[in-house]
Write a protein that binds this ligand. Structure first.
Ligand SMILES: [Zn+2]
Ligand SMILES: [Zn+2]
Length: 108
């Protein structure tokens, strides 16, 4: 339903068909309002950032190593680093990368 108010008397106008066109006519003074904008429905879609694991293979040597068992090959050494997954509200996630097979996983 289209809602429009008369600029002259401020009353709500009702849509009426005049000469094959839909016009809004004031119930009191009969003023025709032909220019009206239908309410636009704007949908804001919030996109969540992807949980992507960025591999820092180039800086592998610089990363600290931890004694942790690789779930893939059973190696007892893995590089680790912290990565912020989402903006601010969550603590950074610890990532591990096996020094032997290169398998990557994260610790919650
Ligand atoms: Zn009016
Ligand atoms: Zn491994």
């Amino acid at each position: 339903m289209i809602m429009e108010f008369c600029p002259k008397c401020g009353l709500m106008c009702s849509p009426r068909k005049v000469d094959g066109k839909m016009v809004l006519v004031c119930r009191k003074c009969g003023k025709k309002i032909t220019k009206y904008k239908p309410a636009q429905i704007s949908e804001t879609v919030k996109r969540k950032p992807k949980d992507e694991i960025v591999l820092i293979s180039e800086k592998k040597e610089a990363l600290p190593k931890a004694r942790i068992k690789c779930r893939k090959c059973g190696n007892m050494e893995a590089c680790w680093w912290l990565q912020q997954m989402r903006s601010g509200d969550e603590p950074p996630t610890t990532f591990y990368k096996c020094t032997k097979c290169g398998h990557c996983w994260r610790e919650y």
